[in-house]
Ligand binder design. Structure first.
Ligand SMILES: Cc1cc2nc3c(=O)[nH]c(=O)nc-3n(C[C@H](O)[C@H](O)[C@H](O)COP(=O)(O)OP(=O)(O)OC[C@H]3O[C@@H](n4cnc5c(N)ncnc54)[C@H](O)[C@@H]3O)c2cc1C
Length: 381
C-alpha cells in the first residue's frame, strides 16, 4: 500500500493544473454565460491528449491509466467542472465502444474520439425514466440489414457535438434492451434547445429526438438483449469521471474556504481566529481527504478490473460518497463566507450550484446505495 504519487503522476497533475489555470480560467465566465465550451479549448485539451489518457496507445490513447485520468480530471474540474464533464462523457461513450465494440467499430470511433475530433455521448435517460431500464420506450425495429430507431432521449450530455452516441433501445424481435451506435446529426437525428440547468455550465444537455433513424445492423453494440450489462458496466467506468469531477469541486471549495477564512477580518483580526470557523475548515479538510483517497483508489482499481460486479460496487460507493460529500463541503464553505457566500462575485456560490447536481446524475444516490447494499448482502465485500 502506497499513498503517494509517482514523479510521473506529479507531472501529469501539475501539467493539468497549469493548463486549467492558464487556458480555462480566462474563459470561465464565457463558459458560465454561454453554457458552452469554446472549440479552441477542446482542441487544446486534445493536443495535450487529455481525451485519451485512460485508453491504450493501440487505439489512440496515451496509456496514462485511470489513475492518471483522475489526476487530470480533478485539476480541470477545480477550475471548471463543466469542462471536465465533457472529457468524462466522451470517455463514457468511447469506453462502452472500447469494451463492447467490434474491431471495425473501434477503428471507426476510437481515434477520432480520443483526439477530440468527434465527441461521444451516451443516451439512456428518457422522459419517463432515468433509473429503470424496463421503462425504456425507444425502439429499434429490424428491417432487413438495418435497424430503424425511434424515440426521445432526455438530458443527454454533449449530444450537440458531432460524434457517436450510444443509444439504448428496445430491440423489436427480442423486446430486450440493446445498445446501438448512432452517428449524431445523421438523417432523423435532431436535438432540443439546451436545458437551462443551475450549474455544471459548459456541460450542455439537450433532449435527443430519433425519428426513424436508419443504421446498419453492424452498428449494434454488443449483443441483442445485453444493453443493461453495457449500461451498468459503462456507467461504472463513467463514475470515475463524475467522482473526479466532484473531487475537483471539493478541492476548490476547500481552497476558497481557507482563503476566505484567512483574508476576511473582523474587528481587525482574521475570522480564522473563531473556533466556529476553525471547526468548519477542519471538517472540510477531513472531507476533502476522504473524497480524494476514495477517488484515487477507484482510478487504481479501474486499471485492473478482474470482477466487473465488484468494480461496479466500488464505483457506486465512491460516486455516492464523493458527490454527496461535495454538497456538504460546498454548503459548509458557504457558511464560512457568510452572506458573501451567496453573492455571484464569489466562486463558492457557483461551486454550491455545481455540487448539488452530482447526486442526481449517472444514477441517483439511492440507486448507488442499492448497488452497494446488493453486493454486501450477497456476501460480497
Ligand atoms: C447535468 C446532467 C447530465 C446528464 N447527462 C446524461 C447523459 O449524458 N445521458 C443520460 O442518459 N442521462 C443523462 N442525464 C440524466 C440523469 O442521468 C438522470 O436524470 C438520472 O439518472 C435520474 O433519472 P430521473 O431524473 O429520471 O430520475 P428517476 O429515475 O425518476 O428517479 C427519481 C427519484 O426516484 C427514486 N427512484 C427511482 N427509481 C427508483 C428505484 N428503482 N429504487 C429506488 N428509488 C428509485 C430515486 O430516489 C430518485 O431520486 C443527465 C442529467 C443531468 C442533470
Amino acid at each position: 500500500m502506497e499513498f503517494k504519487l509517482t514523479k510521473e503522476q506529479q507531472l501529469i497533475q501539475s501539467a493539468a493544473r497549469e493548463f486549467a489555470e492558464k487556458h480555462i480560467e480566462p474563459v470561465l465566465q464565457q463558459i458560465e454565460d454561454e453554457d458552452d465550451v469554446p472549440r479552441e479549448l477542446i482542441d487544446r485539451m486534445a493536443e495535450l491528449e487529455f481525451f485519451g489518457i485512460q485508453f491504450p496507445e493501440e487505439w489512440g490513447g496515451s496509456d496514462g491509466g485511470y489513475d492518471g485520468y483522475v489526476l487530470v480530471m480533478e485539476q480541470i474540474a477545480r477550475v471548471s467542472p463543466g469542462v471536465s464533464m465533457i472529457l468524462s462523457v466522451n470517455g463514457l461513450g468511447l469506453g462502452a465502444i472500447y469494451t463492447y465494440g467490434t474491431k471495425e467499430q473501434k477503428e471507426k470511433y476510437m481515434e477520432p474520439g480520443l483526439t477530440g475530433k468527434l465527441l461521444a455521448s451516451f443516451a439512456f435517460t428518457e422522459p419517463e425514466t432515468g433509473s429503470d431500464p424496463r421503462q425504456i420506450t425507444t425502439t429499434a425495429s429490424k428491417d432487413g440489414d438495418s435497424y430503424v430507431i425511434s424515440g426521445t432521449k432526455r438530458f443527454i450530455s454533449s449530444a450537440n457535438f458531432h460524434g457517436p452516441i450510444v443509444v439504448f433501445a428496445r430491440e423489436s424481435e427480442s423486446e430486450e434492451i440493446t445498445a446501438f451506435i448512432v452517428d449524431k446529426f445523421c438523417e432523423g437525428y435532431s436535438i432540443s434547445k439546451p436545458w437551462d440547468k443551475i450549474g455544471l455550465k459548459g456541460n450542455r444537455i439537450v433532449d435527443v429526438y430519433l425519428k426513424d433513424v436508419r443504421i446498419p445492423v453492424e452498428n449494434m453494440l454488443g449483443k441483442v438483449g445485453k444493453g443493461f450489462n453495457i449500461l451498468l458496466s459503462g456507467i461504472a467506468y463513467g463514475k470515475i469521471g463524475i467522482s473526479s469531477t466532484y473531487l475537483g469541486i471539493t478541492l476548490r471549495a476547500y481552497e476558497e474556504a481557507v482563503k476566505y477564512a484567512i483574508e476576511k477580518t473582523h474587528r481587525g483580526q482574521s475570522i480564522a481566529k473563531f473556533q466556529a470557523i476553525q471547526i468548519r475548515v477542519g471538517e472540510i479538510a477531513i472531507k476533502l481527504e476522504a473524497a480524494r483517497w476514495l477517488t484515487y483508489r477507484l482510478g487504481c482499481l479501474a486499471n485492473d478490473v478482474k470482477d466487473p460486479v465488484q468494480f461496479a460496487k466500488e464505483a457506486a460507493l465512491t460516486k455516492s460518497f464523493v458527490c454527496e460529500n461535495a454538497v456538504d463541503v460546498t454548503r459548509i464553505a458557504v457558511d464560512v463566507h457568510g452572506s458573501y457566500g451567496v453573492m455571484e462575485d464569489y466562486t463558492i456560490q457557483r461551486l454550491y450550484r455545481d455540487a448539488i447536481i452530482g447526486p442526481q446524475i449517472e444514477g441517483v444516490g439511492d440507486m448507488q446505495k442499492m448497488i452497494v447494499a446488493g453486493s454486501v448482502l450477497r456476501g460480497g465485500r
